[in-house]
Ligand binder design. Structure first.
Ligand SMILES: NC(=O)C1=CN([C@@H]2O[C@H](COP(=O)(O)OP(=O)(O)OC[C@H]3O[C@@H](n4cnc5c(N)ncnc54)[C@H](OP(=O)(O)O)[C@@H]3O)[C@@H](O)[C@H]2O)C=CC1
Ligand SMILES: Nc1nc(=O)c2c([nH]1)NC[C@@H]1CN(c3ccc(C(=O)N[C@@H](CCC(=O)O)C(=O)O)cc3)C=[N+]21
Length: 283
C-alpha cells in the first residue's frame, strides 16, 4: 500500500506559518487583504469561496468577497478590477473561474495588476515562471501547493520523469514549468495524446488534472511512483472523487494523495500564503 500524502495535515502546518507571518506584518501596520470576485452563481465556486473566506478569517487575513450578477459586462468587471488595483489597502485580487461566456478570461487576467495577482495568472507572472526568474512573483496556487507537498514528503524531483495529464492555465502548464525549473524531465499529455498510458507508466511523478473521474488506474502507474490527484469530481451520490482510481492506484503507487484531503486544502493554504507574500512584497 502506498504512503498517503496528507494534504489536510500539511495545510495545517502551512496555515500556522501564515498565521505567524500575518501577526508579524500587523506589527508593522500592514493588514493583508484579499479580494475574491465571483461573477454569477456557480455552485462549486461558492463552496470554494466560502472555504477561502473561512480560512482567511482564521488566519487574520482580511478577505472581501464581491459577488456580481451573471449578466455583468466585461467593461463593468474590468472597471471594478481597476478600482481594486488602485486601492492601497488591497494586496491580492482573484476572479473565480468559471466566468460567464460574455467575459473574456484572458482579458481579466491581463487586467489584474501583476503585483496583486493572487492566482498568478497574469501573463507577466506566467512569463517570469517560464523564464525561471529569481525575482519575487506569484504562481498559480494549486501547482505551487503541490510543490510544497512533494518537498514535505521528500519526493526527489531533479532527474525524475514527471508526467502531467492536462494542460490548463491553472494546473497543467504552471505545474510543468515548476517541475522543469526543479530539474525534472517533464512530459505533458492531454486529450490529443496518442497512447497516453505509454507515458504515464514511465512517470516517477504523475500529476493528474483533467476533471475525468477515474481516468488513471493502477495499471497506468509505474510501481513506486508518486501520484498527485488534482481532480474534483462528484459521483452519482454527490461524493467527491478524483481523476485517479484510488482503490487500484494505491496498490501500485509509492505515495499518493487522496480526494478530498489532498491537493484541495493545499490550494487554499497556498492562496493564503501567497496573499501574505504579496502584502510583504508591496512594502
Ligand atoms: N484541488 C484543486 O485545488 C483544484 C482542482 N481542480 C480540478 O482539477 C480538474 C482539472 O481542472 P482544470 O485543469 O481546470 O481543467 P480543464 O478542463 O481546464 O483542463 C483539463 C485538461 O485535461 C485534458 N484532458 C481531458 N480529457 C483527457 C483525456 N481523456 N486524456 C488526457 N487528457 C485529457 C484536457 O486536454 P485538452 O487541453 O486537449 O482539452 C485539458 O488539458 C478538475 O476536476 C478541477 O475541478 C482544478 C483546479 C484546482
Ligand atoms: N481563479 C480561480 N482560482 C482557483 O484556485 C480556482 C478557481 N478559480 N476555480 C475553481 C478551482 C478549484 N479550486 C479548489 C480549491 C479548494 C478545494 C478544496 O478545498 N477541496 C477540499 C474539500 C472540498 C469539499 O469538500 O467540497 C478537498 O479536496 O479536500 C478544491 C478546489 C480552486 N480553483
Amino acid at each position: 500500500m502506498a504512503e498517503l500524502i496528507d494534504g489536510k495535515q500539511l495545510a495545517k502546518k502551512v496555515n500556522a506559518q501564515t498565521e505567524q507571518a500575518v501577526t508579524e506584518l500587523k506589527t508593522q501596520g500592514i493588514e493583508p487583504k484579499l479580494v475574491v470576485i465571483i461573477v454569477g452563481d456557480d455552485e462549486a465556486s461558492r463552496i470554494y469561496v466560502r472555504n477561502k473566506n473561512r480560512k482567511a478569517q482564521q488566519l487574520g487575513i482580511n478577505s472581501e468577497t464581491k459577488q456580481l450578477p451573471k449578466d455583468t459586462s466585461q467593461t463593468e468587471l474590468l472597471k471594478l478590477i481597476d478600482q481594486y488595483n488602485q486601492d492601497e489597502t488591497v494586496h491580492g485580487i482573484m476572479v473565480q473561474s468559471p466566468l460567464p461566456s460574455q467575459i473574456d478570461e484572458a482579458a481579466v487576467t491581463r487586467a489584474i495588476s501583476p503585483a496583486k495577482d493572487a492566482d498568478g495568472f497574469n501573463p507577466e507572472n506566467v512569463g517570469k515562471l517560464y523564464a525561471n526568474s529569481d525575482l519575487n512573483f506569484p504562481v498559480s496556487c494549486t501547482p505551487k501547493g503541490i510543490m510544497t507537498m512533494l518537498a514535505a514528503y521528500d519526493v526527489q524531483i531533479a532527474g525524475a520523469n514527471a508526467v502531467i495529464v492536462g494542460r490548463s492555465n491553472i494546473v497543467g502548464r504552471p505545474m510543468a514549468a515548476l517541475l522543469l525549473n526543479a530539474s525534472a524531465t517533464v512530459t505533458v499529455v492531454h486529450s490529443h495524446t496518442q497512447n497516453m498510458q505509454a507515458y504515464t507508466r514511465e512517470a516517477d511523478i504523475l500529476i493528474v488534472a483533467t476533471g475525468i473521474a477515474h481516468l488513471i488506474k493502477g495499471e497506468d502507474i509505474k510501481p513506486g511512483a508518486t501520484v498527485i490527484d488534482v481532480g474534483m469530481n462528484r459521483d452519482e451520490n454527490g461524493k467527491l472523487t478524483g481523476d485517479v482510481d484510488f482503490e487500484s492506484a494505491s496498490k501500485v503507487a509509492g505515495k499518493i494523495t487522496p480526494v478530498p484531503g489532498g491537493v484541495g486544502p493545499m490550494t487554499i493554504a497556498t492562496l493564503m500564503q501567497q496573499t501574505v507574500e504579496l502584502a510583504k512584497w508591496s512594502e
